[in-house]
Ligand binder design. Structure first.
Ligand code: UDP
Length: 462
């Protein structure tokens, strides 16, 4: 009787457990997906590491949060060694994750519910294997682009065909199996651990192959070819459900407090005049590059809003008042430096003209969603490839002509291209058109809406 009573109160769709990788750019899209599934009738459990644990208070009260101990040494958590961190997280979390999933299955049975599946970041190959061993279906989620996942899949071929390790004489060559990427656009890490990186990607792709589907925060209009290719090669369903940021409001996953006063500052600026500058949550630069960037922005004579996180400049915690006097004089009144922005609200503010970005995938998708042209200054990982699509495929941005380091004149040149002249007008128009296509994808009858319905149906069928 008890179980029948419990069954009558259990939500009709069942429970979905989500496990994001503890990086800002990975947690946000997965929590957005959680919110969407919740709104479509699923109960939600968020499994999380202690590293960057989400705040339950900002989520619906019926969400469950379950901690998975990760044993990450603090120096590794703060380091830029992605391979070591991802491997360490996978090793330390796999067994406790399996235990948590087992407990969830039992609890659901006791409560008359059902755990439909685990949605795990595709980088969680070891915990995903642990869930599959328990007979729980795993749907993988790639929080970056389809082109990025395709690169993961092509890594063995890139090594075999000599595109990597990168050799300077070949850096401009087009990679025929991943066009339009040039060799220098490929994701790679320093040569000393390139094979460690390749091994990690092999585990990631092998895990995805065994999963019950792959979710991507992208949309068919911009990445149809890559989405189809992945589907054909993996022989699993690919759900391209983006842009997720337009389907659900921001879910409060900030690592730093937002400076909301910047919105009032934006209110005082002329329409379509401000450059918004941000390099996301991970990228860093040295102090020389930072000063060149600051002078470059000052020289444009455009108003600008610049996110300078405490960790942006390597080895320096910036106090904007301590910038050189001449630079401060140039910046004052026209420029505003803040530690963290409510980015999505900034991007849709009418005063924003362009986004100087590191081309992190979330930032790109948010920029496209608001129709803001980009000035690309990619730093590492998938960002160089993302910039290639922005500038050469979709034509919705221009690239800083960066050799190895930023020089102030490059900023002026890129802004000139975008603000003045024919190219800027065309870029802006194409970006407006792309924004409309993004809206169509998530509207009734659009590809992302159809993919989301398919995802919901699949999860219910598990
Ligand atoms: N972001 C933000 N405020 C900032 C800077 C970034 O809210 O001041 C958010 C941004 O909206 C995006 C995420 O942080 O959702 C950054 O993710 P992205 O993939 O662009 O870059 P990453 O941080 O992973 O390099």
């Amino acid at each position: 009787v008890q179980s029948m009573m419990a069954a009558s109160t259990a939500p009709p769709c069942g429970r979905v457990a989500l496990f994001p990788l503890p990086y800002h750019g990975h947690i946000t899209p997965m929590l957005r997906l959680a919110a969407i599934l919740h709104s479509r009738g699923f109960s939600i459990t968020v499994l999380h590491t202690d590293l960057h644990a989400p705040d339950p208070a900002v989520h619906p009260p019926d969400y469950r949060f379950v901690s998975v101990p990760d044993d990450t040494p603090p120096e590794l958590a703060a380091s830029e060694d992605v391979v070591a961190l991802v491997e360490s997280l996978n090793e330390s979390c796999a067994a406790p994750f399996g235990d948590r999933v087992r407990e969830m299955v039992v609890r659901e049975e006791e409560e008359g519910g059902v755990l439909r599946c685990v949605i795990a970041d595709v980088m969680w190959y070891a915990p995903a294997a642990a869930a599959r061993e328990l007979g729980v279906p795993v749907v993988a989620m790639m929080t970056s682009s389809a082109s990025s996942f395709r690169t993961f899949m092509e890594y063995p071929a890139l090594l075999e065909r000599g595109f990597l390790p990168m050799n300077e004489t070949k850096e401009e060559d087009i990679v025929d199996i991943l066009a339009p990427f040039r060799v220098k656009d490929l994701q790679r890490i320093d040569t000393s651990n390139l094979f460690g990186f390749a091994n990690m990607l092999e585990s990631v792709v092998a895990g995805a192959r065994l999963s019950s589907g792959l979710i991507l925060n992208t949309f068919d209009f911009i990445e149809a070819d890559n989405i189809c290719w992945i589907h054909d090669e993996l022989s699993i369903t690919v759900f391209s459900v983006g842009p997720l940021n337009k389907l659900t409001p921001f879910v409060g996953n900030n690592f730093l407090p937002e400076d909301r006063d910047c919105l009032k500052w934006l209110d005082k600026q002329a329409p379509c005049s401000v450059l918004y500058v941000s390099f996301g949550s991970v990228a860093t630069m040295d102090s020389h590059e930072f000063l060149e960037m600051a002078w470059g922005l000052a020289d444009t004579k455009q108003p600008f809003l610049w996110v300078v996180r405490p960790s942006l400049i390597r080895g320096v915690s910036l106090n904007p008042d301590e910038l050189p006097g001449a630079l401060l004089e140039e910046i004052n009144g026209r420029g505003k430096i803040i530690p963290w922005a409510p980015q999505e609200e900034v991007l849709c503010h009418p005063s924003i003209y362009a986004f100087v970005t590191h081309n992190g995938w979330n930032s790109m998708i948010e920029s496209i969603s608001e129709g803001v042209p980009m000035i690309c200054k990619p730093c590492f990982g998938d960002q160089k490839g993302n910039a290639r699509y922005v500038c050469d495929v979709w034509g919705v941005g221009v690239e800083l002509e960066v050799g190895s380091v930023v020089q102030r004149a490059m900023i002026q040149a890129a802004v000139d291209k975008l603000v003045n002249g024919k190219e800027g007008k065309e870029v802006k128009q194409r970006m407006q058109d792309l924004k409309i296509e993004a809206e169509k994808c998530i509207s009734k009858g659009g590809s992302s809406e159809a993919s989301l319905c398919k995802l919901v149906d699949s999860v219910i069928s598990f």
